[in-house]
Ligand binder design. Structure first.
Ligand code: GTP
Ligand code: MG
Length: 370
């Protein structure tokens, strides 16, 4: 149980101490001084006399919650766009990603071994940066979407110039529309003789993609993942679209993000986290699902140890007590106690949920037997 001193309770109720002491005596308390201690329950009864509806905090477990959305996002610092590449089988998604990834690893000074952590950042001139997600595990994405998280700001729809719009192109379009994520079309394999760029454009228009050539606002960029042709144009298109989207996030306050993937590696339990708000630092406590970490090490995809991960940064985090799941939301906790507390709360909740569904199941089975 919690305790409170009379003087603190008086403060909390906004009553002057000498008045409060007199009133407490009127209520039947004896030998009361400002240093007297009350149990939470007694204090709650007293508070009720003053018209409060108190809830007793008996050291109960509390969950961590994301911060409310910012009041005025337009005053926040800009953050890098997060981009996902989608498209039909064999149209060149991996080739494009690999090309971008190589340029990102080559650009990183220490240039360690590429780790393939499910996301990477490309640094461009003028301090600009683009974060690319690997075509992500379907389950993780679905789980994030179900919780209202659009991890991606922009979808690059890859269409091979020699094959044009195909079923999975249309599928990807549906996904992007459902998530209300704007697209840029990368018409790939333009180095090939069989490339039919005009056919691709008219097929896109037929499928309701309002491309610029037809008076719409969807950019199309001609690229080749093989020769690297047009890749700079693609990066520029992404930057100009993200300027329109005006992507911003808080760099301070409790950090928030998402687990993109997780696995046990030789270096220990590792999870790739995409930071969305706030900045993660070594030593911080974070909670994901029903597990927590004290961040021991943060690595970039190039294997470089990072001290800080601001919004839009993907990092591999070590220091987990258990392995979190891809698709889990990551929330920073102010300290270890709060992190553990949140986890206890969540575990209790899911145990209770399991107990209820077990009871329901038993009830169903009982009825079936009857
Ligand atoms: P899935 O992951 O199977 O859906 O395929 P993907 O979209 O990742 O395609 P991937 O990058 O594996 O490329 C498929 C084939 O097309 C490979 O043989 C690539 O070498 C080839 N390819 C990709 N991009 C280009 C390009 O720009 N030009 C040419 N000529 N070939 C390309
Ligand atoms: Mg691929």
């Amino acid at each position: 149980p919690e305790y409170i001193s009379v003087s603190n309770l008086g403060d909390a109720l906004g009553v002057k101490l000498n008045v409060f002491l007199r009133q407490l005596e009127d209520l039947g308390f004896e030998d009361i001084t400002e240093e007297s201690i009350m149990t939470g329950e007694t204090a709650a009864l007293v508070a009720q006399e003053y018209g409060f509806e108190p809830t007793v905090d008996s050291g109960e477990k509390v969950d961590l919650k994301p911060r409310p959305p910012p009041e005025d996002p337009s005053v926040l610092p800009p953050r890098p766009p997060v981009v996902t590449i989608m498209g039909h089988v064999d149209h060149g998604k991996t080739t494009l990603l690999d090309y971008l990834r190589k340029s990102s690893v080559a650009a990183s000074e220490h240039g360690g071994i590429t780790q393939h952590i499910g996301a990477f950042s490309v640094k461009l001139s003028a301090g600009k940066q683009i974060t690319f997600l690997d075509t992500p595990g379907h389950a993780a994405f679905l789980s994030m979407r179900q919780r209202g998280a659009n991890v991606t700001d922009i979808v690059i729809l890859v269409v091979a110039a020699d094959d044009s719009v195909k079923p999975q192109t249309i599928e990807a379009l549906k996904h992007a529309r459902a998530a209300k994520v704007p697209i840029i079309v990368a018409i790939n394999k333009v180095d090939k003789e069989e490339a039919r760029v005009d056919l691709v454009k008219s097929d896109l228009a037929k499928n309701g993609v309002e491309i610029e050539d037809y008076g719409g606002d969807v950019q199309t960029v001609l690229v080749s993942g093989r020769t690297g042709q047009g890749m700079q144009d693609l990066e520029e298109s992404i930057l100009s679209l993200s300027e329109v989207l005006d992507l911003r996030a808080e760099e301070d306050g409790m950090a928030e993000g998402w687990v993109l993937e997780s696995s046990v590696k030789s270096i220990g339990r590792a999870a790739t986290v995409l930071v969305k708000r706030g900045t993660l630092r070594r030593g911080d406590y974070i909670v994901a699902g029903e597990v927590f970490a004290k961040i021991r090490v943060m690595l970039s995809e190039g294997g470089v140890e990072l001290e800080e991960a601001p919004p839009g940064t993907p990092v591999e985090i070590l220091g987990w007590r258990d392995l979190p799941d891809a698709g889990d939301q990551v929330l920073q906790a102010p300290d270890e106690d709060k992190a553990k507390n949140a986890i206890d709360y969540r575990r209790e909740l899911s145990e209770r949920g399991e107990a209820v569904s077990q009871m329901a199941q038993q009830e169903l089975e009982r009825r079936e037997r009857e």
